[in-house]
Design a binder for this molecule. Sequence first.
Ligand SMILES: [Zn+2]
Length: 402
Amino acid sequence: VVGLRWFDRTRRHLAAWPHARSYVSLDLRAVDHDLDSAVPTVFDAVPEAVAALSFVTRGVAPDRVIGRGVPFALRTIAAHLAGDLAAWAALDEHAATAFADRVRRDRPRFAFAAFTGIDKASHAQGPDGPAVRAAYRRLDAWVARLVADLRAAGRWDTAHLWVVSDHGHAPIAAHDDLGDACRALGWRVLAHPTVRPGADVAVMVSGNAMAHLYLDPHDPVRRPWTARAVRWSATVEALLTRAAVDLVLLPDGDGTCQVWHQTRGRAVVRWRADGAVRYCAPGGDPLHLGGTTEWLDRTAAHTVTADGPYPDALVQVAAVAAAPRAGDAILSAAPGWDFRARWEPISHASTHGALHRDQMLVPLLTSHPVAGTPRRTTDVGASAFAALGLPSPPSLDGDSFL
Ligand SMILES: [Zn+2]
């Protein structure tokens, strides 16, 4: 699952569904089905878990999922279509209360709640808006309630309570609709909400500062960039001249991805099966790393990028480019821009999804000091398995910080 919207040219997993996805729709029901069935979720490992408003619920008993079912779905759709921040806040409040009740009553080994209010308010007002601050205060009150319950039950000293976000947020001043940009270059475009067959390019935007472009989507075979360059180079170069486009990633097969920047030139990110990555930049420096690196393990790759404008870019580029459903050209927006001009019920004043610092870095609060160094959000998953006394699945690419 490479983003909130994607296209699967192979259609392998999609017999019952169209082969384009937007999880900002009823497609959300397909998330559990879209995940690799060989990869266990934390809920598979802890079936007695409780989940509230979770994007992924595979492995949770249906009666332990808070925020599912037709009435809740209808309220969510109504809040989305109306772009109503108060309605989103009410959904979060309802789920937070039900979640706290379940945790107090059932004392589950693992409980997970995801609240959308901070994200929705940030999109509407920018990350410092008054509704955003109000959403943080509500979250603070819900955490305080959980802490009080855990103390009252004598569980506080042994429980782990963590607060984390799945992405940052950064203000934007302008939108540049990539679907329109591709149409202006003469191509037939497939983009949500208009998903029709017969397109030259499928434009799938997430965040809205990241976009996967699938070139010749009728071709059922995913091909390296060099195999598509003859027909598509001029288009990608034209997109890269737009002020909104910061980086273009071009997965090139065989553990390589080209990275292009409008003014800083081109380089290649390479990766190996053991997780090591390397930046080969003989003629340009699109990722601002100062030139070619040695082969770096995941920790070293984090260290060399951590203080720059694209934290963890080497590992993240390798991860997204290697995903079977990744686009043929993946665009990361310039600061101050996103890629979707229409169709958002909440007019976006802030964005996420690009490889920039403000959008990549997230807070992590833990109830007790941790021994290790948290580096990536995948580390939260690995640490949860460790805290539960369970082995981390080999498919999970995080490291425990406990
Ligand atoms: Zn968002």
